[in-house]
Design a protein around this ligand. Structure first.
Ligand SMILES: NC(=O)c1ccc[n+]([C@@H]2O[C@H](COP(=O)([O-])OP(=O)(O)OC[C@H]3O[C@@H](n4cnc5c(N)ncnc54)[C@H](OP(=O)(O)O)[C@@H]3O)[C@@H](O)[C@H]2O)c1
Length: 352
């Protein structure tokens, strides 16, 4: 089978992607060949390509962590999948392609009638938000949580999934133009440029439930969990609003790439000061750096269970991504460059 595949060939500008035509061999034992229909583009793809995230794939490689497509053929020994079936998968890399062989256990059936572009738009964002909420921070009704970048792809997923839990007080940071969408999802919106989120979170809700802006500096904060993709010193600031027993879940390093420049020192210092050192303090607060593959060893069933749950919620219209923009696969470089500049909503590559 001939495939169109996009390669990241260096760590320079994101528009340095190459489109190549390659032959895809028959799927080996235990694998299925998928004709890819759509692949999601995320800011994490930019961070991988620019080499900001330690342990990411090295060029040349095919970017893309989420894809949806149709099973085209099966390798020996595969059961539980059928040719013609629509499936979704999350992968470390390889999504920007028109065809791929993947281990059968990575492929999760997509419910009938769900648009593949919408599947690609929710896959990774909602999966990771779900895992961080339920498996890492164990958020439940009555909890207070802080979500940074609340109007972005992952941020909005947090808001919608928290609404689903019910009874969760959510503080969401966003820029002024995006505060309305945060409020529409029932969150307390914080303009991260005009306001200090620490003051707002501490001042708004105290342990005893009172609201009092004058006593903004308790020893501990009041949130059960904070979700932070910003990185650098921001991790420490998010940690500072946790109550005893609270958890900071860090999952990105946006600050390690500013205006196209890699700031690896900011990333490293943030990791040390915001993730490693706080865990040594005997104050009952914990920190975790999460990525989409964090739980694969400790909870091997989590991947399929959680992706299935997200696809079912999508099929039942219980979650919905913000507006989706599609570009053809061959415009992947433009898509990645747009992701780096910052987009509203979700970018999806049409790989058909
Ligand atoms: N760990 C993993 O496995 C994994 C997987 C996927 C994504 N991620 C990470 O998740 C993060 C978000 O990805 P995404 O696709 O949701 O990106 P996105 O749609 O571009 O959203 C990011 C949002 O962050 C906001 N923001 C920027 N600086 C901020 C600050 N200082 N304080 C608060 N908000 C700020 C922006 O809000 P405004 O537009 O309102 O300014 C933007 O909406 C990225 O860092 C990505 O690497 C991690």
């Amino acid at each position: 089978m001939q495939t169109t595949q996009v390669y990241a060939v260096n760590r320079q500008q994101t528009d340095c992607l190459e489109v190549r035509t390659t032959d895809l061999e028959a799927p080996p034992a235990g694998h299925a060949r998928v004709r890819v229909e759509a692949a999601g583009v995320s800011y994490g793809d930019v961070l991988f390509q620019r080499g900001v995230i330690p342990g990411g794939p090295k060029p040349p490689y095919t970017p893309g962590c989420e894809l949806v497509g149709v099973v085209e053929s099966l390798g020996a020994g595969v059961t539980g999948l059928e040719v013609g079936q629509r499936v979704a998968a999350l992968v470390v890399s390889g999504g920007y392609t028109s065809g791929i062989n993947l281990p059968a256990e990575r492929l999760v059936p997509v419910p009938e009638g769900v648009d593949p572009v919408r599947v690609a738009a929710v896959g990774l964002n909602y999966f990771i938000a779900h895992q961080m909420l339920h498996r890492v921070a164990k958020v439940e009704s009555g909890h207070r949580i802080l979500v940074h970048g609340a109007s972005g792809g992952v941020g909005l997923a947090f808001l919608q999934l928290a609404e689903h839990i019910g009874g969760v007080t959510v503080f969401g940071t966003a820029s002024a133009k995006n505060l309305d969408i945060v409020r529409r999802h029932g969150a307390i919106a914080i303009d991260y440029r005009a306001q200090d989120f620490i003051n707002v979170v501490r001042a708004t809700v105290h342990e005893d439930g009172t609201i009092n802006a004058a006593t903004a500096y308790d020893k501990y904060g009041t949130v059960h969990a904070a979700f932070d993709p910003i990185g650098g010193p921001h991790f420490w600031r998010s940690y500072s609003v946790l109550r005893r027993g609270g958890r900071l879940v860090a999952y990105g390093q946006n600050d390690a790439l500013r205006d196209g420049q890699r700031k690896l020192r900011i990333g490293a210092v943030g990791f040390l000061g915001g993730i490693i050192l706080p865990n040594l303090r005997p104050d009952g607060r914990k920190t975790t750096f999460y990525n989409a593959w964090s739980l694969e060893k400790s909870q091997p069933h989590a991947y399929r269970e959680d992706l299935t749950e997200i696809l079912n919620l999508l099929s039942a219209d219980k979650i919905a991504p913000r507006e989706i923009s599609t570009l053809p696969l061959t415009d992947a470089a433009e898509a990645l460059a747009r992701a780096e500049r910052g987009v509203t909503g979700k970018l999806v590559l049409d790989c058909r």
